[in-house]
Ligand binder design. Structure first.
Ligand code: NOJ
Length: 553
């Protein structure tokens, strides 16, 4: 039963086919290249891949502008290559999730082309039109500073069309039953080709009411239930992981009170406060965010992450907190994006401080949810701020010291490989790190193993244990007579934390999961735990008779 809900304790690895591995030497990553790298991913220990969009697309928003939902973009290969890849992943016990981008299409999609040409087109109502420019056309932009409006005039259609994102991404009228039926058909198609579910793009916008006269769009949450229902009819263990950067008070509307809507959501609230905690050395707001996002149905799960392919969105922090994070991790204007975020990768944000980078990943892996890693994180890749917008953190994977980091044989990769400075491929690459026991890569493999051996995190109840220290976060998980305690020091200074596990005699003994060393509680029942600056420890908790009491899990 517990393994059926595989996503509760998965390790997800997000990658873009385009920049991962190029097998045919044209400079663009492809499915054959990705398939060749499956053994690498299996070795790392990840259990699921989240593939960024790879369907046919003009590629103006890195594939988030789809022009054919039922095909693979020819630059990445064929449907045949895709199935070979999913089959290879399955053989290695790795599941595949794919992006489902159905809030909008590309303006090059034949549906939009047909709709704009002819008012009588059967696709006209698949999009959102207005004869006049709506009053709120200059509101609600997702990419402020780059995107000028949410309604643009189309000469051919002789009407304005709605686009929540860029103007080449016209919104689908998702309330239209025909559009909804098409969304199910798209899911059904990819499910047949071997995927285990979808990372659903922009969910709050998919379910929002759309139209020129809509002033305060209401969400049609029931739509989420219908997506899930359909998916489960077709494939019982398939899931939807929602991208929904929403306030905690609406979380349950997305999960569904009966656990009948989204299986997973990214926890943006925790993501932002985690960065605030890293910047300020104050864990209290993070504890609050954990509390605020605690309630979820038993079958639901959070997706946790540090950095993803977009900017680090700090929009939910207070003005003061946000400036603190900007000052610490993205002080230059060039590092910031859309007036709300930071576009850098993690390693440069933390100035390459190995102890701090490892602590940050360990912390993320120890929070309640399923960790989602981004390709290149496992070797500490950097960014290229000379590239536009979010492209800076989407450079090709650095495999080796060969030309173009071993990513391609072509001299002109789709995005430039990082060559200069400390993050250049000659310093940061998989081949070198494989051979070095203390490398980030080998450390990450050990972290993944440790997280897999702690299913309490995915399933258990958690309690933030008082440490008396603002800079130290201690979390205890309890599940089926097993308990673990994980402690992180977010500050640079070494600390001694006095910790009462809260379990009385049962908390007498702590066994360090990484090195097997023990800590016994003092007479007052407290443990004195020493942590280096940016240090962390994962403990299994046991009473004196802990070996006897521990139930098999
Ligand atoms: C969210 C995706 O993460 C982002 O990369 C994309 O630009 C927008 N949705 C539009 O699809």
């Amino acid at each position: 039963m517990i393994n059926d809900l595989w996503y509760k304790n998965a390790i997800v690895y997000c990658l873009s086919t385009e920049t991962f591995m190029d097998a045919n030497g044209d400079g663009v990553g492809d499915f054959q290249g990705l398939a060749r790298r499956l053994d690498y991913l299996a070795g790392l220990g990840i259990t699921a891949i989240w593939l960024m969009p790879f369907q046919t697309s003009p590629g103006r928003d890195d594939g988030y502008d789809v022009s054919d939902y039922y095909n693979v973009d020819s630059r990445y290969g064929t449907l045949g290559d895709f199935v070979e890849f999913t089959h290879g992943a399955k053989q290695r016990g790795i599941r595949v999730l794919i992006d489902l981008v159905v809030n909008h299409t590309s303006d090059q999609h034949p549906w939009f082309q047909d709709a704009r040409r002819d008012e009588g087109s059967r696709f006209r109502d698949w999009y959102v039109w207005s004869k006049q420019k709506p009053d709120n056309a200059d509101q609600g932009m997702v990419f402020p500073g780059v995107q000028k409006s949410t309604w643009s005039y189309d000469k051919e259609a002789k009407a304005y069309y709605f686009h929540r994102f860029y103007d080449f991404q016209p919104d689908l009228d998702t309330a239209n039953p025909q559009v909804q039926a098409e969304i199910l058909k798209i899911m059904g198609f990819w499910i047949e080709l071997g995927v285990s579910g979808f990372r659903m793009d922009a969910v709050p916008f998919v379910i929002a009411e759309k139209g020129a006269d809509v002033k305060r769009p209401r969400e049609q949450f029931e739509m989420l239930r219908s997506f899930r229902e359909f998916l489960q009819w077709r494939k019982g263990d398939a899931i939807i992981l929602a991208e929904a950067n929403v306030l905690p008070k609406t979380d349950m509307d997305y999960f569904g009170a009966d656990g009948d809507r989204m299986h997973m959501m990214f926890n943006f609230q925790v993501n932002q406060t985690l960065f605030y905690a890293l910047a300020s050395g104050n864990c209290r707001p993070l504890e609050k965010a954990l509390e605020a996002t605690r309630t979820r149905p038993e079958t639901a799960q959070w997706g946790l992450f540090l950095r993803n392919h977009d900017e680090l969105d700090l929009g939910r922090l207070s003005e003061r907190q946000r400036s603190e994070v900007f000052a610490a991790f993205g002080p230059d204007k060039n590092m910031q994006l859309y007036d709300r975020g930071i576009r850098r990768r993690l390693a440069p944000m933390l100035e390459g401080n190995v102890a701090r980078i490892r602590m940050a990943y360990s912390l993320m892996f120890s929070l309640p949810g399923t960790p989602v890693l981004r390709y290149g994180d496992e070797i500490g890749m950097g960014d290229d701020l000379s590239l536009a917008e979010r492209d800076c953190a989407r450079t090709p994977m650095q495999w080796s010291r060969e030309p173009q980091a071993g990513f391609t044989k072509s001299a002109t990769p789709i995005l430039p490989v990082i060559t200069d400075g400390a993050y250049g491929f000659e310093h940061i690459n998989v081949a070198d790190q494989r051979r070095s026991p203390d490398s980030m890569l080998n450390w990450m493999e050990r972290l993944i193993r440790m997280r897999k051996e702690a299913p309490e995190i995915g399933w258990g109840n958690y309690t933030c244990v008082d440490t008396g220290l603002e800079g130290v976060l201690a979390i205890r998980y309890d599940w089926r007579n097993n308990s673990i305690l994980i402690v992180h020091n977010l500050t640079q200074a070494p600390v001694e934390a006095e910790i009462d596990t809260g379990l009385g005699d049962d908390g007498h003994l702590l066994i360090d999961i990484a090195d097997g060393s023990n800590s016994e509680a003092a007479k007052d029942g407290k443990h004195c735990i020493y942590l280096e600056g940016f240090g962390f420890k994962w403990f299994r908790i046991g009473g004196l008779d802990y070996l006897l009491r521990r139930t098999e899990i």
